[in-house]
Design a protein around this ligand. Sequence first.
Ligand code: NAG
Ligand code: NAG
Ligand code: NAG
Ligand code: NAG
Ligand code: NAG
Ligand code: NAG
Ligand code: NAG
Length: 911
Amino acid sequence: MGSASQFILFFVCLTPAIVCQVTGLVWNSDTGIMAHGKSVEVKNTSGNPLQYSTRREFPIDNKKYCYTLKTEERRRYIVRATFLYGSSETEEPYPKFQLFLDATKWSTVSVSDDSRVYVKEMIVRAPSYSIDVCLCCATTGFPFISTIELRPLNLSMYATDYEDDFYLKVAARVNFGALSKEDIRYPDDPYDRIWESDLAKRQNYLVGVAPGTERISTAKYVDTNTREYPPVKVMQTAVVGTMGRLSYRLNLEDFPANARAYAYFAEIQDLAENETRKFRMEQPYTDYSNAIVNIAENANGSYTLYEPSYMNVTLDFVLSFSFVETRDSSRGPLLNAIEISRYVEIAAKTDDKDVSTLNVIRSMSTESDWTDEQGDPCIPMPWEWVNCSDTVPPRITIIFLSGKNVKGEIPSELKNMEGLTELWLDGNFFTGPIPDLSNLVNLKIVHLENNKLTGPVPSYIGSLPSLKEIYVQNNSLSGEIPASLLTGKQIFRYEGNAHLRRGEKSKRHYKLVLGISVGLLAILFVLFMGSLLLLRYIRVKRSYHKFDDKGNSLRNSTKPSTHSSITRGGSLMDERVACYFSSTEIEEATDRFSRKIGKGSFGPVYYGKLKDGKEVAVKIMADSSSHGTRQFVTEVALLSRIHHRNLVPLIGYCEEEHQRMLVYEYMHNGTLRDHINGSDHEKHLDWLARLQIAEDAAKGLEYLHTGCNPTIIHRDVKTSNILLDNNMRAKVSDFGLSRQAEEDLTHISSVARGTVGYLDPEYYANQQLTEKSDVYSFGVVLLELISGRKPVSFEEYGTEWSIVHWARSLVRKGDVISIVDSTLLGTVKMESVWRIAEVAIQCVEQHGSSRPRMQEIILAIQDAIKIEKGTDKLSSAGSSKGQSSRKTLLTSFLDIESPDLSKDSLVPSAR
Ligand SMILES: *[C@@H]1O[C@H](CO)[C@@H](O)[C@H](O)[C@H]1NC(C)=O
Ligand SMILES: *[C@@H]1O[C@H](CO)[C@@H](O)[C@H](O)[C@H]1NC(C)=O
Ligand SMILES: *[C@@H]1O[C@H](CO)[C@@H](O)[C@H](O)[C@H]1NC(C)=O
Ligand SMILES: *[C@@H]1O[C@H](CO)[C@@H](O)[C@H](O)[C@H]1NC(C)=O
Ligand SMILES: *[C@@H]1O[C@H](CO)[C@@H](O)[C@H](O)[C@H]1NC(C)=O
Ligand SMILES: *[C@@H]1O[C@H](CO)[C@@H](O)[C@H](O)[C@H]1NC(C)=O
Ligand SMILES: *[C@@H]1O[C@H](CO)[C@@H](O)[C@H](O)[C@H]1NC(C)=O
């Protein structure tokens, strides 16, 4: 227990401290240090240790809840927070909220599996004597926490050149050749790092294992007195590539990013005199990857550790790494452990002077609701009684303490809060003089009325450059009022101060000035109002002219091609994008709706040609009753602002009586659906064309998700909503109507929309709409691109009926060939197909949180394009082995599997 006492541990429970049997660590209850939230019993801890039997749940409000952990300044620590939700009987959505470390965004905690312990770990060098772990900003459910741990590190462990500006967020710490599935931690690791077993079963965790990989272990002591002191037990096991190669692939959460990467090598096999073990890193491709690892040489013999590191590498979200033995080596590569941490930039905390002044003020009241707000005053959200600037660092701009029961003198430290614009201290029990505020040149509004202030009104106040109003009524101020306050430049109220007088001279002066300014003001006011009315009259008259009854007169006054801004209800004013068309114009353009070219989610689509020759697609909105006019116009305004080369542009709209129509640019090559499983064989697309289309469409969706404000979720991604232009470039259509992402995701919006076969099962089940629903549908589109098959079909897929189940089971077996469109076989590079199959299967994961973001999908598609194109070049150049630098991700894996592409040969050894 001796060494355990140096760990500061908290754990949420109502019973006194519990000793965890397994690790021998003492877990303390947080009841003494956290006054907020409530302890909730976790009924089913799914076999996790005792400290998970309760969790603390916080209210949903706009506050943050923080644990303040005492630290030693400049010492390095592991800060770890864990979250086990535990199954709940209620139907409520799982929590999703934010975790902050001081002012730095640490992580989004998003529970998708109630029996899983989510672990967030950060390595920090303590900036001062304490550090705050804060929970806030729930988008669904209640924020909660199960445990917090703070582990001091020793000496220079985890020191980096960047630690003044960056924390390290642990992304992977893997123990290779582990003897069991259990993590290794305290007491085997005195610093209680968690070394995950490479046998642990998690999704996308260590796949693509090279054949010939063997697990070895030793009972002999390994000397680990290096910089990072990894536990001996972790170094006593390893994997060895007996066929000359070691390779793995794993997902890194929150990547791509810059990272610190460590590899741990210890020779734990007894090599004969004439034997050597030398190898090189072959992946990821970086300039420094050619150095030869020779453990015995670097580590001064067997059973001692060699730990090379890359202090700043940029890694992808899928990390593929491989080591290959050199020609002159007699043994294959060996690996004991790896550790990868992402650099997280430290965000500036609120200015120190401001914080310490706020703390002085807090100590002057016993009211608890506002004095015990925690964490940084401004970030991630300001305390209720202050407001902040968005500068770096943030400064306090407003102190709002009207009637908060504060007693004592107004602290003189206020003079340091240079950002202050408003000071509301009225209705308290402040005594003593008004302090020196002459520094606060930004002050606009000062309220000190209804206190017990004494002494004079300082003369500098009248010359504060920005001051607009100062109230000091009902105090006990005395002396003469400074003349500068009586010029009328600012509002100054001072009744109820028995001993406060105005000097005789200034009084007359004041009256004179006041008289003149009132007179002037009155004249200005009359002039101003007059001009306002005039302007308004002109405007109203003009608009009546333009928008007479139902917009009928617009026909003549507006030419669509001029792109003038026309509106009903004002929503489109000044947008200068979407045009208004009258129904007559549209009838003419479409030749009385004579050529139907398709059916959108809302109704039929017709071909049309505008007077200026522009070809358009006119979409009729069938169920116009469900949209109010205002809503329709607002949505059109929003849509017309969205411009992206991979989104079908909205040209204009028509809204008359019960008819609503949208006018889009016409896309000459129809829908993607026609091309991949339509009957038309001439439209056959080769693989590269399909990849190009996938990339285009993905970029369009990514723009909707991240480039628009508010975020737009398409909700109906499918091949018939991906249109192709003259050059076979793809654009996404049919987005945006009544479908802006709702801020409050718990809100149950309309009935689930979408198309059978593409519908996200998670959204269907709980109606929680997120971007990841589009990702699911896009995954189905990718599977169609690979296979050329329909998304649902009893004939093709049997009782499973959906392409998702069918493809998933085959891909998991490693059999991609069986899902590839037969017209493509023989002409494609399988690595490229693999890359897409892999990402498609990730897209259709059951839980949204396991699916990639559009950005990651784009990267995968671009990878696949590179692989496909690279192959073309290689085969024409006649050499295929020499250019190994072309390889990405799955290539090394496929090499191992043998490049023989006959059916069923591509079975991965681990997945
Ligand atoms: C506890 O949870 C696990 C995993 O979710 C489940 O398999 C088990 O049946 C549950 N036990 C009880 C008693 O509910
Ligand atoms: C930390 O380093 C000191 C000095 O080298 C050593 O005495 C101490 O045992 C170390 N602590 C741990 C937990 O390793
Ligand atoms: C790492 O290298 C990149 C590129 O050279 C640089 O921009 C970055 O500041 C470096 N450090 C960190 C912590 O990312
Ligand atoms: C090393 O020497 C032994 C005998 O001393 C021999 O059997 C073995 O083949 C040698 N290995 C290599 C790699 O030379
Ligand atoms: C290797 O170990 C020997 C003794 O075991 C020691 O004298 C020597 O300095 C070490 N060399 C290095 C480079 O650490
Ligand atoms: C703080 O600023 C925000 C945005 O400027 C504003 O919406 C909010 O009302 C302000 N709060 C107070 C207490 O003045
Ligand atoms: C000053 O005190 C009087 C009497 O208590 C009260 O009526 C008045 O409203 C107060 N003035 C202000 C500005 O609150």
